[in-house]
Design a protein around this ligand. Structure first.
Ligand code: GSH
Length: 214
């Protein structure tokens, strides 16, 4: 069965899927979609992805969008190794951590949001960075408190096995580092990030290893 991933090296949502696929040892053919060249907005790409965003996964005859929904799909179709816990409370927690990142941090700092701030509201580079860092500080601050106090973290966000929560966390830390956001105060998150980066699935799929990286 064929599997195709439409990805951009610096896209954190694409990185989520690269990690999930590598962790589950699922092979795929990469298709590189350049966001700076606006390839995601071309009619031919929009014919594949209704929103004109990356990532997009085509798994056999199924066309799949939305990275967290895709990770849950992969977990149901290819359950070994699992990325969501078996118990309901664990699943809630892993989804909550993932959604803090995927719903409350990442969208506010997306390329199209930053571009809109600049084009429609006159934000210059300094103001854009201020905006970016504000939402990182607010988002990662709350996430650190949640993960540190929930009592469920171990070597990773949930116990000692990798879950969707770690797969969302690591690319978001990369984004924070790229925009020089201070992260040292998020001690629990940074320790988990470092443990994840010791794993092949996270390391081999990171942005600068990708064929489209520049
Ligand atoms: N919620 C979506 C977000 C997808 C998304 O926003 N992708 C970004 C890259 S990380 C994108 O394509 N941005 C293009 C743009 O903002 O113009 C998901 O998780 O798949």
């Amino acid at each position: 069965m064929s599997r195709d991933l439409y990805t951009f090296f610096r896209s954190s949502t694409s990185y989520r899927l690269r990690i999930a696929l590598a962790h589950k040892r699922l092979e795929y053919a990469p298709h590189y979609v350049s966001l700076p060249k606006m390839e995601h907005r071309t009619p031919s790409y929009r014919a594949l992805h209704a929103q004109g965003l990356v990532p997009l996964l085509i798994d056999g005859d199924r066309s799949l969008i939305q990275s967290m929904a895709i990770i849950e799909y992969l977990d149901e179709v290819y359950p070994d190794p699992r990325l969501l816990p078996a118990d309901v409370h664990g699943r809630h927690y892993v989804r909550a951590v993932s959604q803090i990142i995927g719903c409350d941090i990442h969208p506010l700092n997306n390329v199209r949001v930053l571009k809109h701030l600049q084009a429609q509201f006159g934000a210059d580079e300094a103001a854009t960075k201020k905006w970016y860092r504000h939402w990182i500080a607010e988002g990662l601050g709350g996430l650190e408190t949640y993960v540190a106090s929930a009592g469920l973290a171990g070597r990773f966000c949930y116990g000692d096995t990798v879950t969707m929560a770690d797969i969302c966390l690591v690319p978001q830390i990369f984004n924070a580092q790229r925009f020089d956001c201070p992260i040292d105060d998020y001690r629990t998150l940074v320790a988990i990030f470092e443990r994840c980066m010791a794993l092949e699935a996270f390391r081999a799929t990171q942005p600068n290893t990708q064929a489209d990286a520049f």
